[in-house]
Design a protein around this ligand. Structure first.
Ligand code: AKB
Length: 321
């Protein structure tokens, strides 16, 4: 039975990983942590510790206190915020990774999950069905940190035997916790605004196609990868991972099937340039072959689930207020 620490548990993916891993391993086997108490659902759902991912001792004290053997490092600064604070993004994304890699190298923990991203690719990468191994010249600070991180993960595996596993997440869409500071965030905001206002102003242009995935699929992939036997893992940098690709126009048409008077307008900002540098679709055949990855949600199924869940959420918050 693993003893798990999630760093960045209050965030969009960290929060849902926490709930899922607690379902699988039991509440006491999964320690949630973050730099502050900014998600009370997570804080109140089980053991929670304040951990600063940038501070080696803060992480190590928590690892020793709970005899942790597995870390999911979910704390990171994403693409849009990273462009505003380049040095902060570099420090957070790199220091936190080195801390957990070194804890594994020194024998304190046995296994690491570290998320990479489609942001490792850049304008010189083939945009359609982007291969696992291809030209990678990222133009965002976030993308640079993820690409460099991937190289270090592979290095620690090859030279020190560290069992670190990673996925290149596309944009992740979910209804429980909002994402923060990414370029793909529009695909979450649009559902909230559709229900609250019936209108959304997109910061990406109507035909900007990006790889995306529903949260349940992302969590499923993460757990499948971590449970796979070591000999099945042929990629120790980070696996391409894909489910669906769509544009703001296509997602708005899917929403209109549920909310017929929904309207979208387009006001592209600095995030358009980031989106233009990323692939439109991803070839994830290595993940499908090595550890049987399969996605379950297409655009229609995801849209029904998002709208049903958000309607209930906003209805309940009205009743409770
Ligand atoms: C972002 O938009 O920065 C992230 C990502 C694709 O990694 N969601």
């Amino acid at each position: 039975m693993p003893k798990v620490l999630i760093i960045g548990a209050c965030g969009q993916i960290g929060s849902e990983l926490t709930y899922k891993l607690r379902e699988i391993h039991g509440n006491d086997a999964v320690i949630a942590s973050d730099i502050s108490y900014n998600n009370l659902d997570v804080v109140n759902s089980g053991i929670f510790e304040i951990v600063d991912a940038q501070d080696y001792s803060s992480v190590k004290i928590c690892v020793e206190k709970y005899q942790i053997d597995t870390i999911y490092l979910m704390a990171a600064m994403l693409s849009a915020t990273g462009e505003k604070y380049p040095m902060k993004a570099w420090d957070l994304n790199m220091n936190s990774l080195f801390h957990v890699l070194n804890l594994a190298k020194e024998g304190f923990i046995k296994q690491i999950f570290w998320p990479s991203s489609i942001a490792v690719f850049g304008p010189t990468t083939p945009t359609l069905n982007t291969p696992q191994h291809t030209t990678m010249e990222p133009t965002t600070v976030y993308g640079i940190t993820k690409q460099v991180g991937e190289r270090w993960c592979e290095y620690y595996f090859k030279n020190y035997g560290v069992d670190v596993r990673s996925l290149r997440y596309p944009g992740i869409i979910s209804w429980k916790t909002m994402p923060g500071g990414g370029t793909t965030d529009y695909a979450v905001e649009i559902y909230h605004q559709a229900i609250l206002d019936g209108h959304y102003q997109s910061f990406l242009s109507e035909n900007t196609e990006l790889p995306m995935m529903f949260m349940d699929d992302a969590i499923d992939a993460t757990i499948k990868l971590m449970q796979a036997p070591s000999e099945a893992i042929t990629i120790r940098s980070s696996y391409n991972l894909a489910a669906i690709s769509f544009t703001p126009k296509e997602i708005s048409e899917a929403i209109k099937k549920h909310i017929s008077n929904f309207e979208i307008s387009y006001e592209p900002d600095f995030r358009q340039q980031i989106a233009n540098s990323w692939p439109k679709s991803i070839d994830d055949s290595s993940a499908r072959t090595d550890w049987n990855w399969n996605h379950k949600y297409d655009l229609e199924k995801m849209t029904s689930e998002m709208i049903n869940q958000l309607r209930k959420k906003y209805q309940n918050s009205k009743i409770n207020s």
